[in-house]
Design a binder for this molecule. Sequence first.
Ligand SMILES: [Zn+2]
Ligand SMILES: [Zn+2]
Length: 408
Amino acid sequence: MTAFHIDCQCPQCGAPANLQETDRLVSCPFCRVRSFLLTRDYFRYVLPAKKPAAEDLFYFPYWRFRGTLLFSLASGIDHKFLDVDQSAAEAPGLPMTLGLRAQAMKLRFLSPDLAGRFVAPQRSFSETFTVFQKRAVRTLPKPILHSAHLGESMGLVYAPVYVRDRLYDAVLDQPIADRVNLLDGHGVAYEKPDWQVRFVPALCPDCGWDLEGERSALALHCRNCPASWYPSGETLTRVESHCLPDPQANAYFLPFWLITCDTSGIELSTYGDLVKAANLPKVVDAAQGSRKFRFWAPAFKLRAQAFLRMAESLTLTQVQEMLTPVLPSERHHPVTLPVEDACESLKVVLAGFMKPRRRVVEMLTRISIHPTHFRLAYLPFRDDRHDFIQVQTQLAVNKNLLRLSRHL
Ligand SMILES: [Zn+2]
Ligand SMILES: [Zn+2]
């Protein structure tokens, strides 16, 4: 399954808008109002029914996950890209997955005024996700020391069915099961879903200035304040945003999450601790050694190997001493990876640089990492033919890979 397309309406003028699943900022071509999409947790969608009348419809829930699973193994790191869905409730005769229906149709956001009966999910997302994980690890060498996920889109998709002589899929308007009494009784419960997508104007919550950002951007900037804003449930909240200076003044800025953590099972609060954990061939003086350690991770979607390589390199380099609290220039890449995903990857990043390897096997399962603070850090990259090259550290990222990773 590829990323969904979603039909929605401009909250200001009602004009139709067509979104991709990864879009967060909607610009209306008619009234020119820009709105930002928010949800208290995850997005919920419905597949549109062809027929019959809406009040006869039953909506059946499916959990959907699209993203990368990361695994720390004794021999190193492995990953698998998943694009899957699975029914969230049991009902005999109903398909276990959405199949082609979600590819062929444009989805809509769930809304409280939609008529029909909604089947309540019987399984939580995390229960279903555990099943996806178990399936993905079957072919991997054991033991699996740690698993995590990255760059996920998760959500709930409702598919409509109706009952006549048989049970019909209302998207394709085709019969799917013979028995007609499937949906009453049999442990199926109904609920009125209490959820609605929230649109907020893309204006600075402090000063009302237009917020700057691309359609897939999770962080928006106000050039007037100046400040950066990031979704937190149904509101935009301020996020600290810093930059490394650009000596050439024409760099492309890429965003990273800079994350402070409490760790247990390993001492990792200073640069000196990092030198020890990674067994770096370095002699550090007391001043260097006592500098506060922070994790670095890309704040944009990137294929797993490149993501982990960048996170590891920057975490080992610890360039935060040179950051200044300014916004990046307009030539910058959007933040597309939520900070929760970056936090989720940190133990895999740590397992990647811990030395010697046997320590990873011995220690990893006992280590836990608790993020306590995060901010955005934009780093300048210069244009090379095929790559963007980080000015201060010479770390390279392939331009083509960056472009292809946008739709992960
Ligand atoms: Zn409009
Ligand atoms: Zn402002």
